[in-house]
Design a protein around this ligand. Structure first.
Ligand code: ADP
Ligand code: MG
Length: 312
């Protein structure tokens, strides 16, 4: 099978609504909503760095798009489409069929059609660029947190990191417990409905991709504020809660790959119910820096920092 047969078979479909020209020409032609702002983000996944070579291709297809949609969610954007740049070592039909199934499954569920891309031979590498829209002035940014705001997080933190520790051999876990944390790592859910519902309510937002400390730190730096964070309040699964405290803190504070939203909102703000749990985890303060405390307000020594490709 040649390059163009491969594209036709796995990545070309009839254009979705809002797409005048999709896969198959030199450019895609998209129809913008009048007055809306474009929000654009790219994320690359490299084999061995972001995923294991043994991962189920359908889960990889899902995750490649999910991590990109999570950036749109963090900005409160409505997805409009995405492109896929793909380097493949060889044409493996079973792999491509699985990958495309996972990719299209999330694309369809999110109303985010594949509109173009690039395909080449090379070490397995995936790069997706997503396009979304938001009304003028309504994109959620990292820079809007104000002193006195409360800090909130969606869903639960830490399971993806716990799964990574199992793969690394530092944690022993099997059965249903392992399956659930593995699903958190391989099959994250981008919080798109929550992000859109937080427009005009959240003062700042970010998605947790590198770890809570670092990602909340981005809000603090961009907003010129500090925060107090209650580690005991951080939402966690029963599986993670059964681990020793040091491992819990590692996974919760510096885990990464969570793809939950962390956002700030004034006290008393009416928060949306989109079927995702929201937990208050801290407060914005004037004093710069991030102070991690326990439920009793005592400082917690953790010595952790978030993931950094060039430092870790
Ligand atoms: P060009 O050479 O003009 O850049 P290509 O030959 O790379 O175009 O691609 C042909 C068409 O297939 C284009 O519409 C491109 O957007 C699309 N395409 C290529 N690879 C992919 C892919 N992996 N997923 C979706 N669309 C793709
Ligand atoms: Mg061309």
């Amino acid at each position: 099978m040649g390059e163009f047969d491969l594209i036709r078979r796995y990545f070309q479909r009839l254009p979705a609504s809002g797409v005048e020209v999709g896969v198959g020409d030199d450019c895609a032609v998209l129809v913008p909503t009048p007055g809306a702002r474009w929000l654009v983000s790219s994320d690359m996944l490299v084999e061995g760095r972001h995923f294991l070579s043994t991962v189920d291709p359908a889960r990889l297809g899902h995750k490649a798009l999910a991590v990109n949609l999570s950036d749109l969610a963090a900005c409160g954007a409505t997805p409009r489409g995405f492109t896929l740049a793909l380097a493949l070592p060889r044409v493996d039909d079973a792999w491509l069929a699985g990958f495309a199934r996972g990719l299209w499954g999330l694309a369809d569920a999110s109303g985010c059609p594949l509109v173009g891309g690039d395909t080449t031979q090379g070490p397995l590498n995936l790069c997706i660029t997503v396009f979304g829209e938001a009304p003028p002035g309504q994109a959620l940014l990292r820079s809007g947190a104000r002193v006195g705001d409360e800090v909130w997080v969606s869903g639960r933190l830490g399971d993806a990191r716990l799964a990574l520790e199992v793969f690394r051999g530092t944690v022993a876990l099997e059965g249903a417990g392992f399956d659930s944390v593995r699903a958190a790592m391989e099959c994250p859910t981008p919080r798109l409905a929550l992000g859109q519902a937080l427009r005009g309510i959240a003062t700042a937002a970010v998605d947790v991709s590198d770890g809570l400390l670092g990602d909340l730190g981005h809000i603090l730096a961009a907003s010129g504020v500090g925060a107090r964070l209650d580690v005991d309040a951080l939402p966690r699964s029963a599986v993670l809660a059964a681990q020793p405290a040091v491992m819990q803190h590692q996974c919760l504070l510096a885990g990464g790959d969570d793809y939950e939203l962390v956002f700030t909102a004034p006290p008393g703000a009416s928060l949306p119910d989109v079927g995702v749990a929201l937990t208050r985890i801290g407060r914005i303060e004037a004093q710069p820096g991030l102070r991690v405390v326990d439920g009793g307000g005592t400082a917690v020594e953790h010595g952790l920092r978030s993931f950094d490709h060039f430092k870790s």
